[in-house]
Design a protein around this ligand. Sequence first.
Ligand code: C2E
Ligand code: CA
Ligand code: CA
Length: 724
Amino acid sequence: MTEGHEPTGRDPASARADADLTPTAYAKLLRHSPHLVGLLSPLGAIEYLSPAAVDHLCGQDADADWNTQRGLDAIHPDDVDLAAQAFLDALAQPGVPVTFAHRTIHMSGQVRSIIGTFHNLIDDPEVGGIALYCADVTDHEQLAAELRARDAEQQRADASLHDARMRFEEVFEHAPIGMAVAELSGRFFRVNPAFCAMLGYSADEMVGHTFAEFTHPDDLTENLLLHDGCRTGERQDYMIDKRYRRRDGSYVWCRVNVGVVRSPEGEPLYQIGQITDITEHKSNADALEREARYDVLTGLATRKLFLEALERELLAARRRPTTLAVLFIDLDHFKHVNDTLGHSAGDELLAAAAKRLKSVLRASDLACRFGGDEFVVLCPDLADPADVATVAERVRAVIEQPFRIRDTDLFLGASIGIAIAEESSDSDLLLSQADSAAYRAKARGRNRFEVFDEELRTNISNRLATEQALRRAIDEGELVLEYQPVIEITSGAVCSFEALLRWNRPGVGLVYPGDFLEVAEDRDLIVPIGYQVLEIACAQLAAWKDAGPDGTTPHVAVNVSARQFAHPEFAERVEKIVTAAGVDPSTLSLELTESTLMDDMIATSGALRRLRGFGIELAIDDFGTGYSSLSYLRRMPVSIVKIDRSFVLELGDAAAGSAIVASVIQLAHALGMRVVAEGVDSAERVASLVALGCDYIQGFYFAPALPPADALSYMHREPRALLR
Ligand code: C2E
Ligand code: CA
Ligand code: CA
């Protein structure tokens, strides 16, 4: 090979024909080619190798020389046969290139991947041999793999685009919800069958028209605003509840979700809308809204609507010379009817009472069912404050008339409290004033009305003062317990104590529950107070361990109100307190009133059973005052019945009184319960109770509630058996 002639004077921009290349140029092209070129004799001897081929075969080894054997040795032993076959194939087919893949072993020992092509040019007198072209593709394999992967990816993308299109078509055509594709102008170009069915049009009738043409005029402005937001790119999508006009002219409430579809470059292309019929949902929502404002049973305003109206009218009243008044109406004896005749009769009665109430009010007055059997009336515009008395009297008189429910005449009454708005009144204040006036109406004999006045004002402020002092009392440990002995009739011994709460109020002295429990219940203080009472009682039980006669431990009963029991963690807290004090749970009992036990929530909460399972005994307190029956209460895990003092008082007076106590005792025993008579204050009553077979007696006849030290010494007194 010779070199030396540099190709000059050619226009690099124009392609050259073969003939334009000088032999030197050919040689140079060959030299710089990464491909290996060789010439083999028809017998397979290597006659020529291009520089790259020499390099491949001999590397930097300057002394090495190539020869045919070396060429053969370079072929991977496993591929020698294959290369030989290719050579034979080429020999057999002059002019036809035969390509074969094989591996070589590089000078460095590295295995290389080579694509070789034999081209039989024996017939060409200028060549007279078999040309061999080899491309080392070792490094290209990676590249090729990448190319293949890129290819596969493209195919996958194409396939999934295709899939997505198919799926979209499928969904679009068969979706149960309406779907539409629209130009950015809002003009439909596709609508699906569900959407057509929703509006009663065919697809042809809708395509080409804009959504606006099918939209209720009242919803159009909002819809166009949202649509424009999408068009300008301000928003990506929007949701609207709107009405579409159907073909028959009616409207259908729909929830519409619209999204903009963009090109990969972010150019907005078209919009897709999903349309759901929400007629049903909407009417439910409307019904709910109505329900929130009007009581379902009576049709009167709900508390919510009433409070809104009251706020509004109070504001307006300031600018008016007239008087605004609120009447709080509590139905007398309703609970009794409800308990004896059942809830549905109770409901009928409430509805009838509400109807009568409305009949005596003016159109401008607003009557509301405030809850349960409580009603309030707002008279926003009375010419004379005295007129409110007329209204109240009319209400009282109309409720007093007997109600005929299920062929029975039922008698109710109305205890009515009136509050008249002043300059500074707000709705809460006015309602609580009317409430406390109603409370006084009840206390003064029911079926009457009372007007909130100075006396009640002091009453309210006293309650406020009590509440504040009581909060402090809890923190300062001013609450203490006294213990009233309960005597077992057969032995005359003290078998247990009832813990009764006392408030050691600074500057006042010992305050009894009657003077503060109601405030505690109303102001949600009874729950913390109740836990404190339990802690004190348990500490006392622990101190009295083995301290009774003959090393016995007395039992203690603690009163629990419904509100305490309704506290979700009540049972858990009680267990914790008992356990922490190290007290045997069987020495503690809890007294619950009948009404607490009849509260569905409490009866079903599982707390009763949990406490019983823990070992604590449960007692029904004040039995006989709550219209319940023992057989009903038997379903509760209760083992002690406390007959209310009011029945004990009737003992001996009239045969009827004794008969009631006698039957309660008999029934309780039949149900496996033990009976305590409470409030027993005379020897005669003790004698009657002994005769009737009562188990235990509690009352001033023996002892009032005593401070702990006195209770302990009372326990050790000589027992007198109360023999029958
Ligand atoms: P109660 O559970 O019916 O308690 C019996 C009440 O009758 C006690 O009044 C007691 O002193 C009184 N009493 C006992 N024997 C006689 C008697 O022979 N004649 C008369 N006239 N009364 C007698 P007290 O201590 O004023 O308690 C009143 C109510 O306060 C209790 O009625 C109970 O419902 C509630 N109470 C007391 N302590 C607690 C407490 O720690 N927690 C809760 N939630 N309520 C309590
Ligand atoms: Ca009690
Ligand atoms: Ca009681």
